[in-house]
Design a protein around this ligand. Structure first.
Ligand SMILES: [Zn+2]
Length: 188
């Protein structure tokens, strides 16, 4: 993953900061003090009228199987949860479509080029980054790869592992969305 990949920060000093209502206390446009409404996930400025909604950030996640039916996991190379299991993927850039983002992330992280990608389902996630909660919606694609000869790893990955979905240890998966993805695969 590149720098935009999901990180979790759970140390006690960050706990006060993670709730979004602790942030966004000033209008992003005119800097008037105001209040973030955590029920509507919105900040409305009483001075200039600017209305800001906190939405989920769109992300893509890849399911890549080898010929033995094992799923490709990455080992996280950044704290926290360094060494723990994750799936390949990352954020969709503004203006980019999800399919292009999926192909780009697989190329950037793993140097693989899928023959075909097929949308599977989406899974919400929350991760703690930079002292706040970032809400994401992880769009999952089944990615058919026939040529693994170029397989490598870059960015914030320190290793790769193929594991049968039914054998993966959930204690090794720090992200809720990834655990739910594996559950969904097992129930297919
Ligand atoms: Zn304002």
């Amino acid at each position: 993953m590149n720098g935009k990949k999901m990180n979790t920060i759970s140390s006690p000093k960050d706990e006060l900061g993670v709730d979004p209502k602790n942030h966004y206390r000033y209008c992003p446009r005119c800097a008037t003090k105001g209040n973030f409404d955590s029920n509507s996930f919105a900040f409305k400025c009483h001075s200039c009228g600017f209305h800001f909604f906190l939405n989920s950030s769109a992300a893509v996640t890849a399911l890549i199987y080898n010929q033995k039916g094992e799923l490709l996991f990455t080992h996280r190379g950044v704290e926290p949860s360094i060494g723990k299991l994750d799936l390949p993927g990352g954020f969709i850039d503004p203006g980019e479509n999800a399919e292009t983002a999926m192909m780009r992330e697989i190329k950037e992280e793993l140097d693989l080029t899928p023959d075909k990608i097929e949308y599977f389902a989406s899974f919400p996630n929350e991760y703690h980054f930079s002292g706040t909660v970032v809400f994401t919606i992880d769009m999952v694609y089944k990615c058919s790869v026939s040529d693994f000869s170029t397989l490598t790893y870059r960015d914030d990955i320190i290793g790769l592992e193929f594991i049968k979905p039914e054998k993966v240890d959930f204690n090794e998966i720090p992200f809720k969305s990834v655990r739910n993805i594996i559950k969904a695969i097992r129930n297919e």
